[in-house]
Design a protein. Sequence first.
Length: 94
Amino acid sequence: MRRCTKANAAYTRALLEPATHWRVLLVTSAWHLRRAAAIFEQAGFDVVPVGADYRSISSCRGLQCWLPNADALEASGLALKEFLGYLVQVQLRK
């Protein structure tokens, strides 16, 4: 297993290289699926995306919903990483 999505796509392609058509089930965290699918498609795969590790926002009531906390910071960081990753690795390479 490689440490980044682009390297995983290249490694998987090298493993499957004798084949002429690559249709793969791409299983990853739901929040990462859009970018991962696009990167694997750029590598020449026919992707069937399968989301896992879904996250949900708990229902929150009152003042504590508006105060900063570690969970919100983590979620914001993941969202920002995925947004910037998609922008750089997918949109700017078109």
